[in-house]
Design a protein around this ligand. Structure first.
Ligand SMILES: C[S@@+](CC[C@H](N)C(=O)[O-])C[C@H]1O[C@@H](n2cnc3c(N)ncnc32)[C@H](O)[C@@H]1O
Length: 294
């Protein structure tokens, strides 16, 4: 029986196509094999260089963090040398009720002193607002603040200040439960990793009736009148520029809600625009200040 000519033609076409595909695949395989071999050769020839490059990158990553922290401590120290009368007055008013706090510790209570914990103490810009005889425990994760803090504390012999414990507010397990009369946090929540965890820790370490004072710069809340500032805060933070330059500081945070939800009583906080003269620092004018109780 004779083959159908159309079917035969189709079979021939299929066979030709299969052959072509096989050829292309084998060529690609050869090329791929060549590429792999030359890559392995290149790695082998430059092995020492590659290892050196990886070591340099790892060292740079670790060092860069340390340099940034060193620079930030020096920068904050420079800033704290400038007398800002308006900020001083604001802090004086904020902390004024601290003098009426009674210690939970009977011995301290006898002498009228209190036990204060400052989280993220930095160079120690709040010594001047603590009542006479305050027993001050401080924590900060940045080791480069130690030098400035130690220099500063010598100017306040009326405060019994301890050495900085190098840790974060998230990891302050060494501070015993219910051992503190007052916790102070100023300009710290902008750069922390976990606000809720720190608020929980503050509640843990405070004695019943103990007080928590805070002052923070926050994201612009009056977007009707200060939309440009809000936009700049977002761009500078989300691009990573501001956090890179200032050790993780973010301009677009607001911990108001977290504080309301944290479980404190008598929460009295307000948002306000700090009166700042310097042009660049207009970005940190929107602020939150207040106090709360355990
Ligand atoms: C802008 S400085 C403010 C220093 C000081 N409180 C003041 O008001 O001048 C921020 C400080 O918070 C510290 N800090 C950053 N992350 C922290 C964290 N997770 N827990 C505690 N302190 C932190 C920084 O090392 C730095 O000392």
């Amino acid at each position: 029986m004779a083959d159908d000519p159309e079917a035969t033609e189709k079979r021939v076409e299929d066979l030709l196509m299969e052959e072509e595909e096989e050829e292309v695949l084998s060529e690609a395989g050869e090329e791929g094999g060549e590429e792999t071999t030359s890559l392995i050769n290149w790695i082998a020839n430059n092995f020492v260089l590659i290892v050196a490059l990886v070591i340099v990158l790892v060292v740079l990553k670790v060092k860069l963090k340390d340099w940034r922290r060193r620079w930030f401590a020096a920068f904050m120290n420079c800033m704290s040398q400038e007398v800002d009368v308006k900020r001083e007055l604001m802090k004086k008013e904020l902390f004024s009720s601290m003098s009426s706090v009674k210690s939970h510790d009977p011995e301290l209570r006898k002498s009228g002193a209190i036990k204060v914990l400052e989280i993220g103490v930095g160079t120690g810009t709040n010594f001047a607002y603590y009542p006479e005889g305050t027993r001050l425990t401080v924590i900060d994760p940045n080791p480069h603040f130690k030098h400035y803090y130690n220099e500063n504390r010598t100017k306040f012999p009326n405060i019994h200040s301890e050495d900085i414990i190098q840790t974060t507010g998230e990891e302050m397990d060494m501070i015993p439960d219910g051992s503190i009369d007052v916790v102070v946090v100023t300009l710290v929540f902008c750069s922390v990793e976990n606000t809720e965890k720190i608020l929980k820790n503050i509640l843990r370490v405070l004695a019943p009736g103990g007080k928590f004072y805070l002052y923070e710069h926050i994201k612009e809340f009056d977007t009707k009148n200060h939309s440009i500032r809000g936009l700049l805060q977002t761009i500078l933070t989300q691009s990573g520029i501001w956090p890179f330059l200032l050790d993780g500081c973010c301009l677009d945070r607001d911990m108001f809600q977290a504080l309301e939800n944290a479980g404190f009583s008598n929460v009295k906080v307000e948002r306000f625009h700090a009166d700042i003269d310097h042009f660049v620092f207009q970005l940190i004018a929107p602020s939150l200040k207040g106090e709360a109780e355990k």
